[in-house]
Design a protein around this ligand. Structure first.
Ligand SMILES: [Zn+2]
Length: 160
């Protein structure tokens, strides 16, 4: 073997060792993610089954009050909302403010449960208000009401 060949072989061996190290690290990360995913799936399963048990208790068992013990039991570890936490006394607002993918806050400052044009709204009334304002702005910018397919073309444009 020539000196050049030995140098090239050493470089290939070093590169192979580095690649084997990267694969081992990747495999460790994959195993950790698989364990994490399994834990999350178990938590989700138990929450859903607990909610189903609550529904069964409500419909076929001891009624709504007893069903709430299932719900309260599912909150072990997480806890129930503290009295002084924001929106802790309004179910819809609490959910909107604390769910994983929250909508943008309504212009009034309340958590949103309605999404329109990338903006969030806490109620139909505030959505209606924003839509009316947007409609007025569109009409104001063109000087014309929103095109209804019947008005004449006053812009003088051509479609060619
Ligand atoms: Zn609002």
């Amino acid at each position: 073997m020539t000196a050049n060949t030995e140098t090239e072989l050493a470089a290939v061996k070093a590169s192979l060792a580095s690649a084997e190290q990267l694969v081992a690290e990747r495999d460790q990360r994959i195993a950790a993610l698989e364990r994490h995913t399994e834990t999350v799936a178990k938590i989700m399963n138990d929450l859903l089954v607990g909610n189903q048990a609550a529904w069964i208790e409500w419909q076929h068992g001891a009624g709504a009050e007893a069903a709430m013990t299932w719900v309260e039991g599912s909150l072990m570890g997480v806890g129930v909302p503290g009295e002084d936490e924001p929106w802790a006394k309004e179910a819809r607002a609490w959910y909107s403010a604390n769910k994983s993918d929250q909508f943008p806050t309504c212009f009034c400052g309340r958590p949103s449960n309605i999404l329109w044009m990338g903006r969030g709204f806490c109620s139909d009334a505030h959505l209606d208000q924003a839509q009316a304002k947007a409609k007025a702005e569109v009409a104001g910018k063109t000087g014309l009401p929103i095109f209804d397919g019947k008005s004449e073309d006053t812009e003088g444009g051509s479609c060619d």
